[in-house]
Design a protein around this ligand. Sequence first.
Ligand code: UT7
Length: 324
Amino acid sequence: MPVRSVVKGVGAYLPERVMTNDDIARIVDTNDEWIRQRTGIARRHIAADDQLTSDLGLEASRAALANAGADVADVDLIIMATTTPDNTFPATATRLQAKLGVTRGPAFDVQAVCSGFLYALTQADNMLRLGQARCALVVGAEIYSRILDWTDRGTCVLFGDGAGAVVLRAEETGNGKGERGILDTRLGSDGRFYDALYVDGGPASSRTSGFVRMQGQEVFRHAVKRMSESVEEALDAADLDLDDLTWLIPHQANSRIIDMVGRKLGLDSDHVVVTVEEHANTSAATIPLALTHGVERQLFKPGDLLGLTAMGGGFTWGAALIRW
Ligand code: UT7
C-alpha cells in the first residue's frame, strides 16, 4: 500500500491588533472603497512590537497539534515557510523547534515568498513518503508589517501578519476508495521576474532588511495564469480532471485574482475559500489560514479533492492536491 502524507490537523494565529482600511487611510492617501474594490481586503492584523515570526508560528503550531490530537513528542520534522525570519540566521524553524520543546528531527526554513507554504509542504511530503520522517509540522508565518514601506500606498495596504500550520503524518492509506492525503504537488519558478516583486534590502545587498517593492499589474497577470495552470498540471499528473476538484484553497492576495482562478478552473464561488478580507496577504501563511478557516467551518468532507495553489516573488508558484 502506498504511503501518503495525511493532514491530521490545522491551526492558525492572527495577532490581536487589527488595522482597518480606514486606519491605513490616516497614514497614506487611500480609502476603504479603493482597497475593497481592487483587493477585497477589509482589515489586516499587526504583530505586537515584542512578537517575532517564531511566536506567531508557535501559536499556530500549538493549535494545529491540538487539532491533530498529536503530542509534541511525535514531531520529527519542522519546515517553516517565511520571508520575514526572526534573524538572518539560524532558521526560524529552529527557534520554533526550541519553543515547542521538540528535540529530534530536522528543522529548517523555506524561502519562496507567497508560494513558500507549498514549497514547504512539498518538501515535507517527499520526506514523509521516503520514510525520512513520520510526523511533520509545516508552518507558514510572516510579519510583513516590518518590511512594508508605510509611505507607499501601492504596497502597504495589501499585506498583514499571521501564521498557519499543518500537521502531516505518513500513513498507508491505500488506493481507490481508501485514498487519502497529498496526491500530487507541482512547483515552478522563473527568476527573470525577480525585480517584479522583491525586497530592496538584505544582508548581502544592503545590510538592511529593506522594504517590499512590486509591479502590481505584472504580478496580477502572472498570478492568475500560474495559479490556474499549476492546478491543472497537478490534476494531469494525478490522472484527475477539473470535474474531480471539489475545493480551491488559493493563496489570499487579492479577491479578484482568486475569482479569476476559480472561474478558470470551473469552480462555483461557494467552493473557493476566500479569507483575504479578514487578514490581507500574509504571504506564506495564507494557505494554512484558509485551510483552517475551512476546517473550522466543516467545509471539507471525506473524499473531497482540495486544490491548493499560490504564486509569489521570484516568480515562484505551485499547487498541491489533497484527498480529504
Ligand atoms: O502574492 C503576490 C503579491 N501581490 C499581489 O498579488 C498583487 C497583485 N496586484 C494587485 O493586486 C493589483 O495590481 C493592485 C491591487 C496592487 C493594484 O490594483 P490595480 O487595479 O492594478 O491598480 P493600478 O496599480 O493600476 O493603479 C490604479 C490607480 C493609480 O492611480 P492613477 O495612476 O490611475 O491615477 C494608482 O496610483 O490607483 C492608484 N492607487 C491607489 N489609490 C488608492 C494605487 N494604490 C492605491 C491605493 N489607494 N492604495
